[in-house]
Design a protein around this ligand. Structure first.
Ligand code: TXA
Ligand code: MG
Length: 309
């Protein structure tokens, strides 16, 4: 069943039931080594999921759970053997999140089990931020979707590895590095894969298994344009003329420097432009300060790292 969360819509199954989890991989067409996030409705639910229970997690993780949950933060821990390997894509760790959205938390509480839920899109497509977007991909493939509002955040949760001495961000999101550092009072780093040249396949060996697949791709070709106003206008004009010469319809997406607004709208806009039949989407690269880092991460992936400077 698909349901709204504050980040994107999720497609849920009992995280402790291997058969149920397998059916989610199948409905999404998702590679089985890409682990799922397990959603809970209260902190005590961690006990049965992490090795040694809640009491054994690091002080930083406890602080993050108290200060930032419920919310768009996912934490990775060493898993309890009772969590099936399919749920974690064969990893010895498990990713856990307590969503803010009340419908989501009620659903988890009512179901009485932790809920494994990836984003409710066909693998590789932009994550769905409205119930209509879920149906566009999943109608006929899933039993039901709980119709909620458009997701507030619009990009997926920040994923943080809590298994080491200090937190490491594996997937950036609206809860930024600076926000985590202020809340936890410790240094927080980015996984190397987020910083290296991602076109260099040798160098790019992601630790968050989902990071290596094609992502967030609409049907249209996406190109990112970086640079100042003048460069942007010139490039848009050049690429626009080029597209039209080839008989293709270009669209432009520009969000200024409002990273929260960009996060809220990016995936919805990509899907909407597809519905309107555009062939090429030119996106203006966003400043990577604060939440812009997570938005730029999604923009880069949806463009297949095709960035025009
Ligand atoms: O906001 C969200 O996180 C949404 C909503 C539905 O909660 N869910 C979501 O799930 O984005 P999904 O499956 O689309 O992305 C999960 C990400 C993937 O990049 C996956 O590789 C990573 O979390 N992940 C899951 N378990 C992990 C683990 N044990 N270690 C490292 N990364 C993990
Ligand atoms: Mg996803």
């Amino acid at each position: 069943m698909a349901f709204p969360t504050e980040t994107v819509y999720g497609l849920g199954a009992n995280a402790l039931n291997a058969e149920a989890v397998r059916s989610v991989y199948e409905a999404k067409g998702r590679p089985s080594d890409n682990p799922m996030i397990v959603h809970i409705s209260k902190i005590e639910d961690m006990d049965e999921l992490v090795a040694g229970g809640y009491i054994r997690i690091s002080p930083y993780a406890k602080m993050a759970a108290k200060k930032l949950w419920p919310g768009p933060l996912t934490m990775v821990f060493v898993k309890n053997p009772s969590v099936p390997d399919v749920t974690t894509g064969g990893l010895v760790t498990v990713a856990i999140r307590m969503p803010m959205n009340e419908t989501a938390r009620n659903l988890i509480a009512e179901s009485g089990v932790p809920v494994a839920a990836p984003s409710a899109n066909i693998s590789g497509r932009p994550s769905p931020t409205t119930a209509e977007d879920v149906l566009e991909d999943m109608d006929g493939r899933i039993d039901a979707v709980i119709m909620g509002d458009q997701c507030d955040v619009g990009i997926e949760s920040t994923v943080v590895d809590m298994t080491g001495d200090e937190p490491v961000i594996l997937r950036p999101g609206i809860i930024t590095k600076e926000w985590l550092e202020a809340a936890l009072g410790c240094p927080v780093s980015y996984d190397k894969s987020l910083l290296v040249n991602m076109n260099d396949e040798e160098e790019f060996k992601p630790r968050s298994p989902g990071m290596k697949y094609t992502h967030y791709s609409p049907k249209a070709k996406v190109r990112l344009i970086a640079g100042d106003d003048e460069t942007f206008s010139r490039k848009v004009m050049e690429l626009g003329i080029e597209a039209k010469r080839e008989g293709l319809r270009p669209a432009i997406l520009e969000y200024g420097n409002d990273a929260n607004k960009a996060a809220h709208k990016l995936f919805a806009d990509l899907r909407e432009l597809d519905r309107q039949g555009y062939d090429i989407i030119l996106i203006r690269a966003i400043d990577t300060k604060g939440a812009g880092f997570g938005v730029m991460n999604r923009m880069l992936k949806s463009a297949g790292y095709d960035i025009v400077k």
